[in-house]
Design a protein around this ligand. Structure first.
Ligand SMILES: O=C(O)CCC(=O)C(=O)O
Length: 252
């Protein structure tokens, strides 16, 4: 994974006009440059427990890689409880409390805790101070949490509503993420998913994810993998393929 990560990071850096010392994160994994990482979605070590948790008809909507340069402050990846999505994250270096280990606040995927944390202002908003931390004179590291010390090869799976953070950041701290969505069934879940697709097609550029989320190389499905074929149909039917790939500047 690190070999493919190195290669892809190098080619992205070559094609981007980054200032010296600027780091970038969030590029897509389903590319011919990263065939092993792309194939992990179809590896039972990734999809099996995801399907056990959120349904055999769940779908990997995102598969991304990140090279961070710093900490990640407390946040949740989503706030709409009508979409059930899980993140599988692998850290490509050993992590400890002082070296970027993932922290989660147990139970914060559920209300009232989820919204209480929003209300008190734990979430860091770019350019602003963390209201809660500032007022309480605490730092992000002081927030009680569960901390995952992990080794490359470990997968940490959590509900995307869960509040999480990482401290002790350093340059080129690496993760790969494989995110599965539950197939919506209830009317409010269907409505929420439609809104997500609509939001994605309007705001895709803002996410700053580099490369096509569903590269034609992956969509071709040359080995006729039946699981991948089901995912592709779902992603096309819901409009995710158009929403994510139509406005992207393609990187190899
Ligand atoms: O910086 C980190 O390790 C946390 C990453 C994160 O927030 C995520 O994967 O959603």
């Amino acid at each position: 994974m690190n070999t493919e990560f190195d290669r892809r990071l190098a080619s992205i850096l070559e094609e981007s006009n980054l200032e010296e010392n600027q780091t970038l994160n969030n590029w897509t994994n389903r590319t011919p440059e990263t065939p092993f990482i792309a194939s992990l979605l179809e590896d039972p070590r990734i999809y099996l427990h995801s399907e056990q948790l959120i349904g055999e008809d769940s779908v990997p909507v995102h598969s991304n890689a990140n090279s961070y340069g710093t900490n990640t402050n407390w946040h949740s990846d989503r706030t709409d409880h009508n979409i059930c999505a899980i993140k599988n994250v692998m850290y490509l270096q050993s992590t400890t409390a002082a070296r970027g280990a993932l922290r989660v606040i147990p139970g914060s995927h559920k209300n009232p805790l989820h919204e209480d944390l929003l209300r008190i202002g734990l979430r860091h908003i770019d350019g602003e101070k963390d209201k809660f931390l500032e007022e309480s004179n605490l730092s992000g590291e002081d927030i009680p949490c569960y901390l995952f010390n992990s080794e490359p090869g470990d997968i940490i799976t959590f509900n995307e509503l869960t509040w999480h953070a990482a401290f002790g950041g350093y340059r080129d701290r690496r993760t790969c993420t494989f995110n599965f969505y539950r197939n919506p069934k209830a009317p409010e879940e269907i409505e929420a998913m439609k809104k997500e697709v609509e939001y994605t097609s309007k705001n895709n550029g803002r996410y700053g994810t580099m490369g096509l989320q569903y590269h034609p190389w992956w969509l071709e499905n040359p080995d006729h993998n039946s699981r991948r074929a089901r995912w592709i149909n779902w992603l096309k039917e819901w409009g995710f393929v158009d929403a994510y790939d139509s406005q992207k500047i393609e990187l190899k």
